[in-house]
Design a protein around this ligand. Sequence first.
Ligand code: 5AD
Ligand code: SF4
Length: 436
Amino acid sequence: MSNSYKIITYGCQMNVHESEKIAGMLENEGFTPTEDTDNADVVVLNTCCVRESAETRVLGNLGILKKAKERKPDMKIIVCGCMTQADGAAEKLKKRCPFINAILGTHNLYKLPELLHDKAKKTRVEITQEHGINENIPIVRTSGINAWVNIMYGCNNFCSYCIVPYVRGRERSREKNNIISDVKRLIADGYKQITLLGQNVNSYGNDLQEKNENFPSLLRDLSGLEGKFRIKFMTSHPKDIKTETVDAIKESDKLSHFVHMPAQSGSDRILHLMNRKYTAAEYMAKIDMLKNKLSDVGLSGDIMVGFPTETEEDFADTLKLVSSTEYNNLYTFIYSRRSGTPAASMDGQVPITDKKRRIRELIETQFSIGNRLAEKCVGNTYETLCAEYKNGKIIGETNCGKAVTFAGDANLIGQFVNVRITENKNSKLYGAIKNE
Ligand code: 5AD
Ligand code: SF4
C-alpha cells in the first residue's frame, strides 16, 4: 500500500507548528511526505479563518482537490484548523464539499490517526468545545535550526474584530516543566533557536495553580539552560508586556532583542472600539520602555486599516503611531468582517476603496521608515545566527531580529558569527563575516 501525505497550511506560525504535529502523527502511522498533491494518499488542509482571504483560498483549493479525487478516488481529504471550528462552519463545509473525508476541530487534532483508518463514505465531523492540552503529540520539525514551542493555547482578549478566541478557546498555559524539558531536548538535538508561541505570551501562567509561574520567570529559567542558543517569542499584547519581561531579556545573553507587539491602530477611539484596552499613548510608553532598556531592540507589529467607523483622522493617528514607533517590520491588514465577532455587526463599515487607499499609504510610510532604519544599520556589527544556505550565500538573523545575507559555507548553518552590515538595498541588508 502506498501511503504518502501532503499538508497545505494557511495562516500564522501557530498553524505552521500545528502542521508539524499533523506531520508527526502521519509519519507515526507510516506515511511519508510528498509534494505531488494530486497523487497523495492523504491531503490535509490546515485552515485559517482570521481573514476572509484565507478562507477563500481554502475553498479554492478544495475545488482543485475535488478534481484530483475524481481521478484518484481513494485519496483521503482531511480539513482541520481554525476554519472548521467557527460556529456552524463544519456543517456548511460538509454540505458544500461532501467529498471531504473528515473535518477536525482545533481541539480534536489528536484524533487524526484514528480517522486515517476510517472507511466510511460520509464526511466524518469531529468538533468539540473541550479546551484541553494534548502533550505527547509527535512532531516532525520543518523549520531548519529553529524549533517552535507552544507555551500556551487560546486567547482571553476578545478584540472585537477577532475570531481567534472563538475558534481556539480560552487561555491554557502548558506546565513549565513540560516546556523546559522540551527545550532541553531540542537544544540537545541541535536546534539553535527556540521560538515560544502563544497568542498572548505575556499572560503565560495566569491560569496555572502555581502562583509565581509567569512569563518573565519562564524566560529566566529557559535562559539558564546550558548551551549556546537563542530564544524568541511571539506575540506580545501591549497591555500585558511588563518591565520584568524586558528586564529578563536585558539580563540574558540568550534572549533575542526582537519584539513583535501589534498596535492595530493609533486612534484611541478605534482602539477602544477594538477592545484593545490601551491608548496610543500607553502603547508608545511601552515602546519607549523597550527602546530605553534594549538600545538595539528590533520591533515588529500588526496594523489594521478600515476598522468600522475609521475616519481619515483616525487613520492619520495610525500613521503617526507607525512613524513614532519605527518598526523594523510591519504586517499590514485590511479589516475583514468575521461573522460572530462584535465588529461584524457594527455600523460604519468602511468602503473597500478607502481601505485599499489607506493600506497603500500605510505600506509606503512603513517602507520609507524601514529603509531609513536599515540604512542606519550599515557599519554596525551584530551577532548573527546562520539560518539558511541559498545560492552560495547564508541568510542569517541578527540578535535583534534583522535578516542579513552574507557569503559563507553551508557548514556554518547553526553557528553564531559576527556580521558587519555593509549594504542596504531597499531595506534588505547585506554584510560580511567579521573575523576578530
Ligand atoms: N481582519 C483583519 N485583520 C485581522 N487580524 C485579526 N483579525 C482580523 C480581522 N478580522 C490581524 C490582527 C492580528 C493579526 C494576526 O491578524 O492585526 O494581530
Ligand atoms: Fe485576536 Fe486580540 Fe487574542 Fe490577538 S489578542 S488573538 S487579536 S483576540
